[in-house]
Design a protein around this ligand. Sequence first.
Ligand SMILES: *Cc1c(COP(=O)(O)O)cnc(C)c1O
Length: 371
Amino acid sequence: MTDAADIPIRVRPEIAALPPYKQGRQAGDEAFKLSSNENPFDPLPGVVEAIRAATSVNRYPDASATRLRTRLAERYGVALDDVHVGAGSVSILAQLVQATCAPGDEVVYAWRSFEAYPWLAVVAGATAVHVPLTEDSRHDLPAMSAAITDRTRVVIVCSPNNPTGPVVTQEEFDAFALTVPDDVLIVLDEAYAEFVTDPAAVDGTRVLSAARHPNVVVLRTFSKAFGLAGLRVGYAIGHPRILDAARSTTIPLSVTAQAEEAALASLDAEEELLERVRAIAERRDRVVAGLRDAGWRVPDAQGNFVWLPAHDETLAVAQAFDDGGLIVRPFAGDGIRITIGEEESTEKVLAVAAAAVRDLPTGHRGIGGGR
Ligand SMILES: *Cc1c(COP(=O)(O)O)cnc(C)c1O
């Protein structure tokens, strides 16, 4: 084929400038894949059977996933129209940005945070406004509030923050929300909510039930704790006027019947879910303690992943993990995100991380501090 650059199709320059999406590398047989925050457990009981039973693939699915929405509305004590289901919560976030932002409008979020945020803003023609994290890798909410202008349409708060790990507290969130103008949408991205063990953390469902902030939409997903990443299903809870706007931008019928059935079956397996989530959170806390003992300045970890602030040594340290049969997610110049995976992977993670500390130059910013 002709080199892409030789074709005269006029692609929007900001789209042409986007780097192609890079997925966490697929693991070979021997390696542990700890690069995409996936759940290491098999699907919850009943899920595979539910998918197998959904055989009418000659038919389109229910466009509004009514059964799943009904179930979620009951679970959270909200109205049916306060729930919106999408093919992954990222697709709902894209809908919300598209529904609110015209070219030149601004999307404010913390940085470093979820890799999809800058891309979503660019695709919508909006302007991304990055607000640096604090020294301890947390959201700087006062700075985010100060970054809001007349052009701001959306502010995204990611708690726990992917990839660094800390949560925003309920107190911080409530104070922040009061400073955000009523006509600016606050998206609270809680993709890892189920793994949170810090009682001070913000809880989107509490924010919504207090009904103090009708401009808040909470995003959750079946991809992480529920282990359905491969089926693409997530949901939003919020004011129906906001969700109706998102629904208007939806590519119809993108949530498959299999995804809906699997999500329903997963909700039936609450007890097993909680057991797994507890196991992963406990593993996470052990890994964090081990990494800190080894000298790493690891920020609080409340998701199913931990953050190694390797800074300028990031690629070298990531290579050491790779050599040790562990596929991790490096963010060059910044740090490494390591998913909490199979129990057998944790000892290996700690061994590689401890060896890597010894190879760091003395006084490296990623070590010491005695957190
Ligand atoms: C994984 C993740 C999501 C959810 O992605 P899905 O599209 O639901 O698979 C959303 N936000 C953040 C911050 C994530 O890490």
